[in-house]
Ligand binder design. Structure first.
Ligand SMILES: [Zn+2]
Length: 1009
C-alpha cells in the first residue's frame, strides 16, 4: 500500500500548510482528541497543575494573549505526554472596572451618580451582559492557534462558587488580623471615581507610560506665625492647600521672616501659625522639621490628604488627617468654598481665596509630570481614600523567604523585578467603591453608639444569620441582606453591609483555589496539588497577577502560589514600537495564520527571546523563517521518505548496520534526553533550538549522504528514517502540534501523536563514540563547504583533494568516501601533522587565570600572543615561564597563512583543499552542471523519480566536445536511456560552467520523438 496512512491521497511536495492545519483541527474536533488526551486520574502518573492568568473577558484577544496562549499550550501538551493529567479550563476575569466602563459606554453614562440614578441592579445587569460578549472571537482565536483548553467548562470570576471562595479568603485573612480599614493615599481618577491600584498607575500594564506633562501653577504664600511674623511657604499644587495641616522646614535651612529676621528651621520647630483658610481652624497648624525639605528653599505645606509622604509624616507626628475628599474625588462640606468640586478643578478658586486674604505672594506657570488614567486619560491625583487594606507589610518578609522556593525564568526576575517589588511592598488597598465585583463581606451596625462588625466567609454563614441563601452575591441583592444588631438592646440599630466591592486583582489572585471552589469542594485535591507547578504571563504581572497570587497564598497558606514562573517579554510591532492599531505597525494574526500557518507562528514565538522576558518585534519574516527552518525540513524529510519507501511502509527498526543509520538513531536518542530536560525546565526556546539543529542534521547531512542508498531501495535506510521520524514527531508535538500530527498520522495511521507517550531514550540505541566521531565529520564537511564558497568553487565542480589535518584525523578515515562524495573531491586524505600546515596557538582565558595570577596575567597573555610558550614533559603549558592550569587556557590550531588552508571553527584541526581546477576536472564540472539542468527539466516536465527518458542536448561546440567524455555520468545521474546532441528549439533552458547556454529536451522512452 505505502504511505500515507492517515487516509489522505498522497504527500504533496509543496503543500499549503494552513490548509493542513485546518484539516488537523477538523480531525481533532471530529475525534474529540483533546478530551481523550486529558488522562483519567487513575491512569495518570500524577497531576500537573498550572494556572491560567484569566484575561479580562470584555476585551478582544491580541498578540500578547497569542504569545502566552502558545506557552500555555506547549507545557500542558508536553506534561500530558509525560503521563500527567493536565486539566485545562479557560478562565475569565469578569469583574472590575473594564466591565463597568464597557457598560457605561453602552449606556452613555459617565459618573457614579448616573449609575445610582439608574439603579445598581440595572447597571450590574448590563455589566453581566457585556462581560462574555467576545467569547466567540476568543474561541476562534484559541482554536486556530491550536491551543487545547476547555472553553465550554470555563471559570468566571463572577460565578457564585468563585465568589464564595473569595469571601472565604477575605474572612480567613480577617480572622488572622491581616485586614484593616483606614485611609489610603492612592492615585485617584475623579472621572472614573475610583482609586487605581499601584500596578495600574505605575507603568506599562495596559500599554504605554501614563506619565505626561500638564500645566499648573506654582505659588508662594505666607503664613502668619504666633509671633506675628510671616513665613514663606512654596506650593506646587495650590489645589491641595485646603488640606494643609502643617508646614515643614529643613532643620538647617535659613528662613527670613517678614520682619527681616533670619532663623534656622530648627528654631521654628513647633511654632504655631494662623490657618490659611477659616475652615482650617482647629488643625495642628504648626511648623515641623523634615530633612526632605530643600535646605535652600522656602517652607513647604504638609497635606496628608493628597500626598503619600505627607500622610506618613502626619501619622508619625500626630498632626491629624484633614481628609476633605469624598469617595467621588470631590471636596466635602468641610471645605465650603470648594465643596462639590473635584480637587483639580478647585485650583482657580483656591488662588482667588489666597489673593483675597493677602496670603498670596507670587504665582507662576508650572509644568508638572503627572500620571493619567489608562482608561479615560484624566489626570490623576494622589488622595486619601477610606479603604480596606491587606497588611502586606506584615507578610512581605515571609513572601521573600518563600520566593526562594520559586524558580523564575529568566532567573534575574526573582530577586530583581519581583523581589524588589515585594521588598518595597506596602499594604494593599483591596476595596473599590464600585458596583460590579465581589462584595466586601463585612456588615456593620449603623449606630456608632452600638458598634458591631460581622464578617462572612460562606453562603452557609450568611444563610444562618439572614435566613436566606443568596443565589447571587452581587450588589444590590447582597446589600438588601440586613438584620437587627444583636448587640443592641433597644433593637433600633441594623447590621448593614459596607458598600465597597473587592479589587478585581484580589479575585484573580484567588485563582488557584477559587477556580475549584475550595474549601467547599476539592479541599483534598487542592491541598495535594498546591502550589501549582507553572505559570506564564507577561512581565507586568510580576507586580500584578503573580504578586497578588503570592500575597494571598502566603497570607492564607504560608506557601508560594506556584513553583515555576516564566516571564514573557513584550511583543512589539514591526517598527520596534509598541503595537498600535492607529500606527498599523503589525499584521493581522489571521493573515499570518492564512499565509504561513499557526504552527510557524508558534515556533517563531516559542524560539524567540520573548521567553526570556526580552522584547521582540513581530515581523512577517519571523514566521516565514520558522517555516523555512523547521516546518519545511520536517515536511521534506517526510515526503522524501514517502518517495523512497515506495509501495511498502518503513518499520520500526533499532538495529541497522550502516553507520549513518546508527548515527541517526543515536542522535535521536540524545535529542530525546536533551529536549526532555529542556521542557522539564520549561525552557521552550532551548527545546526549539535543539530540535532545529537536529532537523538541520537530518536534512542537510543524513539525507544528503544517504540519498544513493535510498535510491537503491535500501530497506534498512527506509526503516531507520521511519523510526527516527516517528520519534521526532513526538518530540515536536508540543511545539508544532498540527504539522507533527499530520506527519505522524501519515507515518503510523494512529489517531493522534498527542495521545502517545513522550519517547523514552531506551527506545533507541545509544552510541556516544559514534556520535562523537560523526559530529566531527559533520564539522569537517560544513567547514569544507564554506571553504569552497570562499574560493568561489561551486559544489558541482569536482576538485582533486581534501586533506584533513587533526590530531584525531585517523578516526575519521572510515568516512573518507562520505566526505569525498559530499565535498565532490577525488580524494580525501588524513594527517596528524599539524605543524606542516599550521601551528597551535595559546589563548589565555583571562577571567579564569586572572584571579590566580593577578597582574602576571597580562605578561602571560602577551607571551601567548607572541608564541612564547611551550609544553613541558608532563604536558603542563608554560607561558612567559609561568605554568598555567587547565581551564586557564585553550589551545587552538590556526592556519599558517596559506590560502587553501582553513582552520576548523572549534580550533581542533585544519582543512587543506586543492583548489587547482585542471581541464579534466573542469570538463567533469560541466557535465555535472548539465546533470542539474536535466534534473530540473525532468521535474518541470513531471517525470517520476527513476522514470526512464530520452534526452536531446543543444550546446556550443567547445563545451560539447569537453562534455562528451562524461556521457556515462550524465546518463547514470539522470535516468536517461538515450542521449543525443542536436538542436532543441523549444527545450528547457539552463546554464553550465561560467554561464554557457544549454537547452535540453526530454521525451518519454517509447513515445514518438
Ligand atoms: Zn479614569
Amino acid at each position: 500500500m505505502g504511505y500515507p496512512n492517515d487516509g489522505s491521497d498522497g504527500v504533496p511536495a509543496r503543500p499549503h500548510f494552513p490548509d493542513i492545519e485546518l484539516e488537523v483541527l477538523d480531525h481533532w474536533r471530529a475525534g474529540d482528541v483533546f478530551a481523550k488526551s486529558v488522562r483519567p486520574r487513575e491512569q495518570a502518573t500524577g497531576e500537573f497543575v498550572f494556572y491560567d492568568g484569566p484575561p479580562f473577558a470584555n476585551g478582544l484577544p491580541h498578540y500578547g494573549h497569542l504569545l502566552a496562549g502558545y506557552a500555555k499550550d506547549v507545557v500542558p501538551r508536553y506534561q500530558t505526554m509525560r503521563g500527567k493529567r493536565v486539566e485545562r479550563r479557560f478562565g475569565w476575569t469578569t469583574h472590575g472596572l473594564p466591565a463597568e466602563l464597557d457598560a457605561e459606554r453602552q449606556l452613555g453614562i459617565t459618573t457614579k451618580s448616573d449609575i445610582e440614578r439608574m439603579g445598581i441592579k440595572e447597571f450590574n445587569e448590563v455589566c453581566r451582559g457585556t462581560v462574555m460578549r467576545y467569547t466567540e472571537q476568543w474561541r476562534a482565536y484559541v482554536n486556530r492557534q491550536a491551543r487545547w483548553v476547555d472553553l465550554d467548562n470555563d471559570v468566571r470570576t463572577h460565578d457564585i462558587t468563585y465568589t464564595e471562595s473569595v469571601l472565604w479568603a477575605f474572612k480567613t485573612l480577617w480572622d488572622k488580623g491581616l485586614i484593616y480599614q483606614g485611609h489610603s493615599i492612592a492615585w485617584y481618577c475623579a472621572h472614573c471615581e475610583t482609586p487605581l491600584a499601584n500596578n495600574e498607575s505605575n507603568g506599562r500594564m495596559y500599554g504605554g507610560d501614563t506619565l505626561r506633562d500638564v500645566q499648573g501653577t506654582a505659588v508662594v504664600v505666607t503664613v502668619r506665625l504666633d509671633t506675628g511674623e510671616l513665613l514663606r511657604v512654596a506650593a506646587e499644587h495650590p489645589w491641595a492647600l485646603p488640606g494643609m495641616v502643617a508646614v515643614a522646614v529643613h532643620p538647617e535651612g535659613e528662613y527670613e521672616l517678614g520682619s527681616g529676621r533670619k532663623v534656622t528651621g530648627a528654631e521654628l520647630a513647633g511654632r504655631r501659625f494662623e490657618p490659611l483658610f477659616p475652615f482650617a481652624e482647629g488643625r495642628a497648624n504648626k511648623v515641623i522639621v523634615q530633612s526632605y525639605v530643600d535646605v535652600s528653599g522656602d517652607a513647604v505645606p504638609v497635606t496628608p490628604c493628597f500626598e503619600e509622604r505627607d500622610h506618613a509624616v502626619a501619622e508619625a507626628e500626630g498632626l491629624g488627617g484633614a481628609y476633605l475628599v469624598d469617595a467621588t474625588g470631590r471636596y466635602t462640606e468641610d471645605a465650603p468654598p470648594v465643596a462639590g468640586r473635584t480637587v483639580l478643578e478647585s485650583a482657580a478658586i483656591v488662588l482667588d481665596l489666597l489673593a483675597e486674604s493677602g496670603a498670596l505672594v507670587s504665582s507662576r506657570p508650572f509644568t508638572d509630570s503627572r500620571p493619567h488614567c489608562w482608561r479615560c486619560d484624566s489626570t490623576l491625583v494622589q488622595q486619601a481614600i477610606p479603604s480596606w487594606f491587606l497588611r502586606v507589610t506584615r507578610i512581605r518578609d515571609r513572601m521573600l523567604e518563600l520566593n526562594k522556593q520559586v524558580t523564575w525564568r529568566p532567573e534575574h526576575i526573582k530577586d530583581g523585578k519581583y523581589g524588589k517589588w515585594v521588598g518595597g511592598a506596602r499594604d494593599w488597598n483591596i476595596s473599590r467603591s464600585r458596583y460590579w465585583g465581589a462584595p466586601i463581606p463585612v456588615w456593620r451596625s449603623d449606630d456608632p453608639a452600638c458598634p458591631r462588625t460581622d464578617v462572612y466567609g460562606s453562603l452557609d454563614e450568611i444563610e444562618r444569620d439572614f435566613g436566606v441563601r443568596p443565589d447571587d452575591l452581587h450588589r444590590p441583592y447582597i446589600d438588601e441582606l440586613t438584620r437587627p444588631n444583636p448587640d443592641d438592646p433597644t433593637g433600633k440599630s441594623t447590621m448593614r453591609r459596607v458598600p465597597d466591592v473587592l479589587d478585581c486583582w484580589f479575585e484573580t489572585g484567588a485563582v488557584p483555589y477559587a477556580s475549584v471552589h475550595y474549601p467547599f469542594e476539592n479541599a483534598e485535591w487542592f491541598e495535594a496539588n498546591s502550589p501549582g507547578q507553572f505559570v506564564v504571563e507577561h512581565e507586568a504581572q510580576t507586580r500584578g497577577w503573580f504578586y497578588s497570587m503570592n500575597v494571598l497564598s502566603t497570607a492564607l497558606f504560608d506557601r508560594p502560589a506556584f513553583t515555576d514562573c516564566t516571564v514573557l517579554g513584550v511583543v512589539l510591532g514591526n517598527d520596534g514600537q509598541s503595537m498600535s492599531r492607529a500606527k498599523g505597525n503589525y499584521l493581522d494574526v489571521n493573515d499570518l495564520f492564512d499565509r504561513d500557518g499557526a504552527d510557524a507562528m508558534r515556533w517563531f514565538l516559542m524560539s524567540s527571546p520573548l521567553l526570556r522576558a526580552i522584547e521582540v518585534e513581530v515581523t512577517e519574516e519571523g514566521s516565514r523563517t520558522a517555516l523555512r527552518q523547521v516546518v519545511l525540513p520536517l515536511w521534506n524529510t517526510w515526503s522524501f521518505l514517502v518517495l523512497y519507501a515506495g509501495e511498502e511502509d518503513g518499520r520500526t527498526r533499532t538495529d541497522p548496520s550502516h553507520q549513518l543509520d546508527r548515527y541517526l538513531l543515536a542522535k535521536t536518542r540524545d535529542l530525546i534526553e536533551e529536549t526532555g530536560r529542556a521542557l522539564d525546565e520549561f525552557d521552550m526556546s532551548r527545546a526549539c533550538s535543539l530540535l532545529h539543529s537536529h532537523l538541520d542534521m537530518v536534512t542537510n547531512f543524513y539525507i544528503r549522504s544517504s540519498r544513493q542508498r535510498f535510491a537503491a531501495g535500501d530497506r534498512e535506510a527506509v526503516d531507520t528514517l521511519h523510526t527516527a521520524l516517528e520519534v521526532l514527531c513526538r518530540l515536536l508535538a508540543p511545539l508544532l502540534p498540527m504539522i507533527s500530527e499530520k506527519v505522524w498520522r501519515g507515518l503510523t495511521g494512529g489517531l493522534s501523536v498527542h495521545l502517545t507517550d513522550w519517547p523514552s531514550p531506551e527506545e533507541l540505541p545509544a552510541d556516544p563514540e559514534l556520535v562523537r566521531v560523526v559530529d566531527r565529520v559533520r564539522l569537517v564537511l560544513s567547514t569544507a563547504l564554506s571553504q569552497r564558497k570562499s574560493h568561489n568553487l561551486r559544489l558541482r565542480q569536482p576538485l582533486a583533494r581534501l586533506l584533513v589535518v587533526a590530531a584525531d584525523a585517523g578516526e575519521m578515515a572510515p568516512y573518507a568516501e562520505l566526505l569525498r562524495d559530499q565535498d565532490n573531491v577525488k580524494a580525501v586524505e588524513f594527517s596528524a601533522d599539524i605543524a606542516a600546515y599550521g601551528r597551535a596557538q595559546l589563548v589565555v582565558n583571562a577571567r579564569q587565570a586572572g584571579p590566580r595570577l593577578g597582574a602576571r596575567v597580562q605578561q602571560v597573555i602577551r607571551a601567548a600572543a607572541a608564541g612564547d610558550w611551550a609544553k613541558d614533559e608532563s604536558g603542563t603549558v608554560l607561558a612567559a615561564g609561568i605554568a598555567l592550569e587547565p581551564g586557564e587556557y585553550e589551545e587552538r590550531v590556526v592556519a599558517d597563512g596559506a590560502d587553501a588552508v582553513t582552520a576548523l571553527p572549534d580550533g581542533t584541526g585544519l582543512l587543506v583543499l586543492d583548489t587547482d581546477v585542471t581541464k579534466q576536472l573542469a570538463d567533469e564540472g560541466f557535465a555535472r552542471d548539465l546533470v542539474r539542468v536535466v534534473r530540473q527539466a525532468r521535474k518541470a516536465a513531471g517525470f517520476d523519480v527513476g522514470e526512464p527518458a530520452s534526452l536531446m542536448v543543444e550546446l556550443d561546440g567547445e563545451h560539447l566536445a569537453r562534455m562528451r567524455a562524461h556521457r556515462d555520468l550524465v546518463l547514470a545521474e539522470t535516468s536517461v536511456e538515450r542521449l543525443e546532441f542536436g538542436p532543441v528549439p523549444d527545450g528547457f533552458a539552463g546554464r553550465i560552467g561560467d554561464g554557457a547556454a544549454v537547452r535540453v529536451g526530454l521525451t518519454k522512452v517509447g513515445s514518438a520523438t
